[in-house]
Ligand binder design. Structure first.
Ligand code: HEM
Length: 473
């Protein structure tokens, strides 16, 4: 096979490693099912390095050469890669309830214990109904006001213009955390600085722990640091719940302390702690990745940047609300196209809870299955010229995202579809609107191409040096 641009000798060697065909499990006699075939990869590491370095590029290549289901005999958690929109649909809709969220355990389980995505079936439904109270239209209206207040200040005050060394990704990450401090925790940026900085570091440790190669708590490595981070977060949020139980406020922590479903069910203190830790991670990393990818694409496509800026100019600089954000339709198209090409959650994992089948293949109970929306987003049978940045593909009559129900699934699907989708879209549009009102975005040089590290939520390997040219108005 060919090597991808920028691939190291080690990565190229790993990709070209000789495939030793192995079978996941013999299908039951007479079942008519086919076995899932695959490869063991390197001892202990399996194919982790190719997956972390190549991400969707590597899996797309596997799909083209090996088909829709591939078994990787990783120790200690073997996995089947399930590629293509039909596989994604089966796993997300989960009609027979054969697949559990326990598939996430080896990836994030120890650090995000009992977060919403780690709960299953009836228990998940019960928690999701209460959590939904934090995402009503009235709540979202309050959050937008808070988000806009933070974004307006930070974008104008803290960012460095005209400097090719300014790195957009860390700046966006810091901004996302400032937003989260206000919207989720009800703390103004800068307030209680030491304590919040410690929480920030703990979040950083837990979010990268899942990409550890050494997956046990050995100091000072990532897995161990992630577990220590989790302890810090539990202590912080347990104390914060006590402060917020009797308080008023429009931040999400206060909302969750008081949230009640239609039957009067409420969260315990421990539930609130677990949901807050998971949600802040889910919101922060995915929103940072989305905004960074959008800024990169807009810098590379000035015609789209101008179109988006013209719409922003029509709204002007007054405080934002949902109605104003809904008018930014070009940003919706650019966001969709960025989510398609640089999907923040490239895959989702499930675990078969009983012997079952997928696309006519046999899956034994206990096997983890990873489905790859990010790869579906680049299949030539679904998308015209899939590698091209072309936001108009989402507009009727083309509407390419409707060629299959799961052609486009950056927010997941089924019972576990992102509960923060509307919140996330509003947050991302608020940031982009404020950025476009203040700066013109430029690539550091005309041939610049982003490269992503896929160890966790994709992160640009160079921090994304986008140049901000201040606009004179
Ligand atoms: C901005 C970009 C975002 C993207 C691309 C994104 C993507 C996703 C995806 C793909 C899932 C499904 C995971 C699975 O199948 O197991 C998910 C779940 C989830 N997301 Fe998001 N997300 C984003 C933002 C947010 C925000 C802002 C929040 C919270 C405010 C949030 C909270 C959650 C939660 C709680 C779940 C678990 C839902 C459940 O299991 O019922 N996400 N997200």
């Amino acid at each position: 096979m060919g090597n991808l641009p920028g691939m190291s000798v080690l990565e190229a060697g790993l990709r070209n490693h000789e495939w030793k065909q192995i079978m996941l499990a013999e299908p039951p006699p007479g079942s008519g099912l086919k076995p899932v075939l695959g490869d063991a990869g390197l001892p202990v590491l399996g194919h982790l390095i190719e997956l972390f370095r190549g991400g969707p590029d590597y899996v797309l290549h596997l799909h083209q050469t090996r088909g829709p289901l591939i078994y990787f005999h990783h120790s200690p958690s073997p996995v089947v890669l399930a590629i293509g929109p039909d596989a994604t649909q089966e796993l997300y809709t989960n009609r027979k309830k054969d697949f559990s969220q326990r598939g996430w355990d080896p990836v994030i389980g120890p650090f995000f214990t009992r977060g919403l995505t780690l709960l299953d079936f009836d228990e998940h439904r019960h928690h999701r109904r209460i959590l939904q109270q934090a995402f009503t239209a009235a709540r979202l209206t309050d959050y937008v006001e808070l988000i806009d207040r933070v974004v307006s200040k930070v974008v104008a005050r803290d960012w460095v213009a005209d400097d090719a060394r300014f790195l957009l990704h860390p700046a966006m990450k810091a901004l996302a955390f400032d937003i989260a401090s206000v919207v989720f925790m009800g703390r103004e940026p800068g307030a209680d600085h030491e304590r919040i900085a410690k929480v920030h570091r703990a979040f950083a440790a837990t979010t990268v722990a899942g990409e550890a190669i050494l997956r046990s708590p050995v100091p000072p490595f990532k897995w161990w640091r992630g577990l220590r981070g989790r302890v810090v977060l539990e202590e912080y949020f347990a104390a914060a719940v006590q402060e917020h139980r009797d308080a008023g406020g429009t931040d999400m922590l206060t909302v969750l302390c008081h949230a009640e479903d239609e039957d009067g069910n409420r969260f315990t203190d421990t539930d609130v702690v677990n949901h807050m830790i998971f949600m802040m991670m889910a919101a922060d990393d995915a929103a940072t990745s989305t905004v960074t990818a959008m800024a990169y694409r807009l810098a590379a496509h000035p015609e789209w940047q101008e179109r988006a800026r013209d719409e922003s100019a029509r709204i002007g600089d007054c405080p934002l609300d949902i109605e104003a954000l809904e008018k930014l339709e070009t940003l919706d198209l650019v966001m969709n196209e960025s989510l398609r090409l640089d999907t923040p959650l490239p895959f989702s994992v499930r675990k078969a809870v009983r012997d079952t089948d997928l696309l006519g293949h046999y899956l034994p109970a206990g096997i983890n299955v990873a489905t790859w929306p990010s790869v579906n987003h680049r299949l030539s049978e679904l998308w015209t010229d899939p590698e091209k940045f072309d936001p108009d593909r989402f507009v009727a009559p083309r509407a390419e995202h409707k060629r299959h129900r799961y052609a486009f699934a950056p927010w997941g699907g089924g019972a576990h579809k992102c509960i923060g989708m509307t919140f996330g879209r509003l947050e991302v549009k608020t940031v982009m609107h404020r950025v476009l009102r203040s700066y013109r975005l430029e690539l550091p040089h005309p041939n610049y191409r982003a490269r992503w590290d896929y160890g966790g939520v994709p992160v640009p390997t160079d921090g994304m040096p986008i140049v901000l040219r201040p606009l004179t108005r």
